[in-house]
Design a protein around this ligand. Structure first.
Ligand SMILES: Nc1nc2c(ncn2[C@@H]2O[C@H](COP(=O)(O)OP(=O)(O)O)[C@@H](O)[C@H]2O)c(=O)[nH]1
Ligand SMILES: [Mg+2]
Length: 482
């Protein structure tokens, strides 16, 4: 009998649509779950989803007019009643997906019922009365994963797709759901298995056989794997930014025009604009998409030495944001001189700074860089009144915050999750240790001890091997009904 590890490896190699490498390894729940899968609030249609062995039975129980389960994957108009011949609760479209050709891989029934506050609730309650259990967050997708319909990376992508607030993150999640990242990781793992095989051949090589692949050739192949891992890892810093958005903080003295540019980029009057300096005290944060990339724009209190207690608090908040900023938009009115104070605040900032010469409309005819900005050449001249320079900011920010991703056009897989990054870093360092051990002349048997941990790390990304804790963390962040 093959060792369990080998079984896993063989299943992983299967790939393709029937990737049921987990099927026999994990106990699959046998109760039937139900949930409202659409978001709350008014809507023409809502969906109640049922998955598990009793799904068809529940459908029949709620639809007395049906004599048997309808043809698979065919929409049927049904009057739904409370179980045991109760009142009619809705007229809905029911679709039956017998296992294994369903989202979860189990028997699934989907009710497209009327939306709003009452109908979906009643349909769900009828399902529960007929024997289903309320699904937990992410439980449908968890079942799909346990049934081998999805690997863990794809399951995570489902959650990302729902959470996406920018086109770029949505695109990354979609690629991930199309197995872009999984395929890449499976390929890398196969590369490692091959290295292992070459090395075994080298170690066991009988004298009369063909000469084995030279160790330096094996080391070179390992270097190739490291390179591919690096190509993925290089996307991680920006990939992780895609999730929340790049923190882009406005700074500059009071009355510099920060709130006005902030509002102009948002396209709404979010922050109060006045000619009285020092009005913005708290930090205001809004998420925007620029060129499809997400940014967290933060308007802050003006930076200046202040006596006022409230203003000082505001300045403290601004400082904290500036510390964590990915980009700082430093505003100085085009018609004013930079002050010592501006310069000293600028020196505190460690993030990349974009200088904005604001209120450019006031110095319209001026041909130089900016009137007062001596020594600050290259500032973007902007006017919240004429709109000058706004497009330039919209273009500049994605290039600054997402330079790697802007270039790749979204075709390559991107690492957007800590979990993936951590495991791929482990894999990388193990493969590198393997390579350097070989090059350093250590016995191949010793070098090879680094291959298994690397493979294990890759398998853990895909979820071929997982502990329940990991699953709990992954699926907890889902909404109920997915
Ligand atoms: N002419 C002109 N005035 C502006 C412009 N942006 C802001 N202001 C004025 O400058 C003052 C301060 O603007 P505000 O956005 O509140 O600055 P903040 O204190 O840095 O947030 C207000 O009176 C605005 O109307 C601009 O582009 N052109
Ligand atoms: Mg302001």
């Amino acid at each position: 009998m093959a060792a369990p590890r080998q079984v896993l490896a063989d299943r992983l190699r299967l790939g393709g649509p029937n990737r049921s490498f987990l099927g026999s390894l994990t106990s699959v729940d046998v109760d039937t779950i139900a949930a409202i899968s659409t978001g709350p609030g008014a809507g023409a249609i809502a969906m109640v989803r049922v998955s598990g062995p009793a799904a068809a039975e529940i459908l029949l129980c709620l639809s007395p007019a049906l004599e048997r389960a309808p043809a698979p994957r065919t929409a049927r108009l049904v009057d739904l009643c409370e179980p045991d011949g109760g009142e009619i609760i809705d007229r809905a479209i029911a679709t039956y997906y017998p296992e294994p050709a369903s989202y979860t891989g189990e028997d699934v029934v989907e009710f497209a019922c009327h939306g709003g506050a009452i109908a979906p609730r009643l349909v769900l309650e009828a399902c529960l009365a007929a024997g289903a259990r309320q699904a937990e967050a992410g439980e449908f997708t968890k079942r799909a994963y346990l049934r081998g319909k999805l690997d863990l990376v794809e399951a995570e992508a489902v959650s990302d797709l729902i959470d996406a607030r920018s086109r770029a993150f949505h695109r990354a999640a979609l690629r991930q759901m199309e197995r872009g990242l999984s395929t890449r990781i499976i390929g890398l793992r196969e590369g490692l298995v091959r290295l292992e095989a070459l090395l075994v051949h080298h170690i066991d090589f009988p004298e009369e056989d063909d000469p084995p692949v030279a160790l330096d050739v094996i080391a070179e192949e390992a270097a190739g794997v490291v390179e591919k891992l690096d190509a993925l890892l290089v996307t991680a810093p920006e990939g992780e930014l895609l999730r929340e958005g790049a923190l882009t903080v406005f700074a500059g003295r009071p009355n510099a025009g920060k709130s006005s540019v902030f509002n102009a980029l948002l396209g709404e009057e979010r922050a109060i604009v006045t000619e009285e300096p020092g009005t913005t005290r708290d930090a205001l944060e809004e998420t925007v998409q620029l060129g499809g990339f997400p940014f967290r724009l933060v308007d802050t209190a003006g930076l200046r030495a202040s006596e006022g207690r409230v203003e000082q608090l505001g300045i403290e908040v601004a400082r904290r944001y500036l510390k964590g900023a990915d980009i700082v938009l430093f505003c100085i009115p085009a018609c004013e001189e930079t002050s010592e104070e501006d310069r000293s605040f600028l020196q505190e900032i460690t993030a990349p700074v974009v200088l904005l010469a604001t209120k450019a409309d006031l110095v319209e005819g001026y041909q130089g860089d900016s009137t007062g900005l001596s020594g600050l050449a290259g500032a973007v001249r902007v006017s919240a009144i004429t709109g000058q320079g706004l497009d330039q900011i919209r273009q500049l920010l994605p290039e600054l915050a997402y330079s790697e991703l802007v270039d790749s056009q979204g075709d390559e897989p991107i690492l957007t999750r800590q979990r993936h990054v951590r495991l791929l870093k482990t894999a990388r360092s193990e493969v590198e240790l393997f390579r350097s051990s070989l090059v350093g002349g250590l016995p191949p048997e010793i070098a090879s001890t680094h291959l298994r941990p690397a493979e294990t790390a890759l398998e853990e990304v895909l979820g071929v091997i997982t502990v329940d804790d990991v699953l709990d963390v992954v699926f907890r962040e889902f909404c109920v009904g997915k």
